[in-house]
Structures are given as C-alpha cells and as structure tokens.
Write a protein that binds this ligand. Structure first.
Ligand code: NAP
Ligand code: G4F
Length: 348
C-alpha cells in the first residue's frame, strides 16, 4: 500500500512534535515546515531523527512561513500531501495583545493561504486539511459547557484571528468541496509545552523552588478556570478528524475545569510542598512550610481582557470519532513533573 504523506505547518511546536511521532508510528511520511530562527527551534523534534520510525528518511523538514504566500504555495505544490495539519500560529493569547497585526496575519490569513494553495494547485480532491481551532474562540462564554453549537465570543486578537480561520475553513469546505475540518481544542499541555504558558511555568517554577534554584513564582489571574488535557491525546483526535467519513468540526476537551490556583495546589501536593494562602486579588500569596512566600501575583501577567472560564463537551468526538483520551489532570501533572525532575537529576 502507498505510504500516506502528511504536511505539518507548525511542526516545531508542542503539538507538531507529538503529531509527527504519532503519524510516523502510523507509517506516514511526514513533511514539516519550520521557520528560520537565529537560535535553535527544533529541540522538540530533534529526537525524531534518532527514532527507529524515521530511519528511512520519512521525516523531512522545509523552511517556510505561513505569512509568506509563495513559500506556502511552493511547499504544497511540491509535496502534494494527502493531509495537511495547520498547527502554525502565534499561539500565546497575552502576546497577541502586543502583536495583534502579526497574530492576524499568521493565525487568520495563514489558514487562508494554505487553503488557497490547495485550491490553486487543484488538490481539492486529494488533500485533506486540519485547522487548529481553539476554545479561546468561545471567549466570554455564551453557554456552559461549550460544544460545536456554542456561538463564538472571542476576547483577544488571538481568539478573533482563530475565528476567521475557523470560518474560512468551513467556507472552503462548502464552496470548493475540500475535506477541511476544524478541531476546537481546549487547553492541552505536556512536558513539551512552551515555557510561558501557565501550566509549564508553574511546574517548572515549583520544581526549581523545591531544589533551591528559584525563590518565587510570579503569576497573574489565579481565578481563571481552564479545561486542561494532554497533547498526546489531542493530536490523536486531529488525525481521527481527517479519517472520518466527512469533514466536520469537533470539540476536544476533558469536560473538567480547574482554576490556576487549583493547578498550583495540585502540583505542590505532588511535590510534597504544603502551601498556605493569604490575601485576595493581586495581593494573594502562597507561603511554604518554612513561611517563605513562594507564589505572588504581578499585574504584568494579567491580560487587557480575560477569558474567565472554559469547560467543554466532547460528546460528538467521543461518539463519532470514538476518541478516548487516556490521560486525566493527575496523569498530566505527573508527566510534566517527572520530565522536570529528570532534568534536575541530569543536572546533578
Ligand atoms: P506552539 O507550541 O506555540 O507551536 C506553534 C507552532 O507554530 C511552532 O512550530 C511555531 O514555530 C509555528 N509558527 C508560529 N508562527 C509561524 C509562522 N508565521 N509560520 C510558520 N510557523 C509558525 O503551539 P501548540 O501548543 O503546539 O499549538 C498548536 C496549534 O494549536 C496552534 O495553532 C495553537 O494556536 C492551537 N491550539 C493550541 C492549544 C493548546 O492548548 N496547546 C489549544 C487550542 C489550539 P516556532 O517554533 O518557530 O515558534
Ligand atoms: O496558559 P495560558 O497562557 O493559556 P491560554 O491563554 O488559555 O491559551 C492557551 O490555550 C488556548 C486554548 O483555550 C490556546 F488556543 C492557546 O494557543 C494557548 O495554548 O493561560 C491560561 C490562564 C489565563 O487565564 C491566564 O490569564 O492562566 C492565566 N494565568 C495566570 N497567571 C497565566 C499566568 N497565564 C500565563 N501564561 N502566565 C501567567 O503567569
């Protein structure tokens, strides 16, 4: 049987790394698009070259950028993939307030550029397209829990850009019959999560504090609530969407939510650290057993507009895609902590 070919935009990111491994194990040839960077940006995928699954040169990287029409079009034309996964994005919500125009260009028009390339090169019948949509599109939520029928109400330049990408994907599906599906994925984390997202920041900082390498963790809004899953489970859902009999939109989530404070408490408990909390709002603090203040709030980590609460309902994906996550919040935290502890061990 002919090997399937996948093309991943955003291959160097958290999900790009998990998805590459997943597809290689399924026997795909995987092409990935990476940006030129002055410092290394392939740490998350470097290990794949040593992986037995990628020995036959079935993992190939190309330079490109979703803000550059010609590079997108050239790569799509050259590879003519069976499946394209658009994971490329300026994915940090807080940063999107600082670079709103770039975020719109990459996250909204980037999706359009890929869809246009599929159409322009006559690949409508061959190439399936996955768009990395987000629960951030629900913003100030209009329904609890959020599902595929919940209206979008985004509260950040990132959320607004992703809403455009969502609807342009639906539009190209309807207008040109492209097999184009939207995943609406709630927060998903892993040891490979970017270091400025709150889960990784908390796990890393508390491990550092435990080993005396950091004094304090500074955070923003402790009251925000998120529905956190594991990236390993979520990339499987992306693939399942493109194997389904028709293109469609699917919410992927756990259906459970925790506040940032809850998350800090869970991590510190696993690390055997007892925290005592005092104060409210920006003055809230946590102290350790030795009465040292180890968690404090800083104004700079609050956002101009916040998404207070997200909790999803993945019934549709569970029923139609038979998607079954194997992780829960506890195994996610365990996985993230053991990765950090290994780093500390190796440092010794
Ligand atoms: P991530 O770790 O930030 O990875 C984003 C990837 O996009 C990186 O490979 C990055 O390259 C690349 N990229 C950024 N701008 C680009 C551009 N202009 N051209 C080409 N590539 C570009 O994000 P992630 O957590 O893996 O998420 C993957 C996708 O799912 C993103 O689109 C994100 O918005 C979306 N999403 C994520 C979550 C979540 O909780 N993780 C939830 C819902 C949706 P560099 O390595 O060079 O920066
Ligand atoms: O970890 P976060 O930065 O993730 P956020 O904003 O929910 O976005 C992530 O999930 C989205 C899915 O809904 C993705 F689409 C998006 O690409 C990204 O992966 O922040 C989570 C919450 C926020 O409410 C934030 O205000 O944590 C709060 N928070 C409190 N202190 C903090 C901090 N967030 C960060 N990044 N850093 C803090 O110190």
């Amino acid at each position: 049987m002919k090997k399937k070919i996948a093309l991943i935009f955003g291959v160097t990111g958290q999900d790009g790394a998990y998805l590459s491994r997943f597809l290689l194990k399924k026997g795909y040839t995987v092409h990935g698009v990476k940006r030129r960077s002055s410092s290394l940006n392939t740490q998350r995928i470097d290990h794949i070259y040593q992986d037995p699954y990628s020995k036959k040169r079935n993992f190939i990287l190309h330079y490109g950028d979703v803000t550059d029409t010609l590079s997108v079009s050239t790569i799509v034309k050259k590879i003519k993939p069976d499946e394209i996964y658009n994971l490329a994005a300026q994915s940090h919500v807080a940063v999107s307030f600082e670079v709103p125009e770039y975020t719109g260009n990459a996250d909204a028009i980037g999706a359009l550029r890929i869809l246009e390339s599929i159409k322009f090169h006559g690949l409508e019948k061959k190439t399936k397209f996955y768009q990395a949509g987000t629960s951030e599109m629900f913003g100030k939520v209009l329904q609890v829990p959020q599902n595929e029928l919940t209206s979008f109400n985004p509260k950040s330049p990132y959320g607004v850009a992703k809403v455009y990408a969502h609807w342009i994907t639906v539009n190209y599906r309807e207008a040109y019959n492209i097999f184009a599906s939207n995943g609406i994925l709630f927060n998903h984390e892993s040891p490979l999560r970017g270091e400025t997202f709150v889960t990784k920041k908390v796990v890393k900082a508390l491990c550092n504090i435990k080993f005396g390498k950091q004094k304090k963790l500074f955070v923003g809004n402790l009251n925000a609530k998120r529905d956190w899953g594991h990236a390993e489970d979520y990339v499987q859902a992306m693939w399942k969407m493109l194997q389904f009999k028709r293109p469609d939109d699917f919410v992927i989530c756990t259906g459970k939510q925790y506040s940032i404070r809850d998350f800090i408490k869970m991590v510190s408990k696993v690390l055997g650290m007892k925290l005592r909390w005092t104060g409210k709002g920006i003055n809230e603090k946590a102290f350790d057993e030795n009465n040292r203040c180890i968690v404090e709030c800083r104004k700079k980590y609050f956002r101009p507009a916040e998404v207070d609460t997200l909790i999803g309902d993945a019934s549709k994906a569970k029923k139609l895609l038979k998607w079954k996550p194997k992780h829960n919040i506890h195994s996610l935290i365990k996985d993230m902590i053991s990765y950090e502890l290994d780093i500390h061990k190796n440092d010794k």
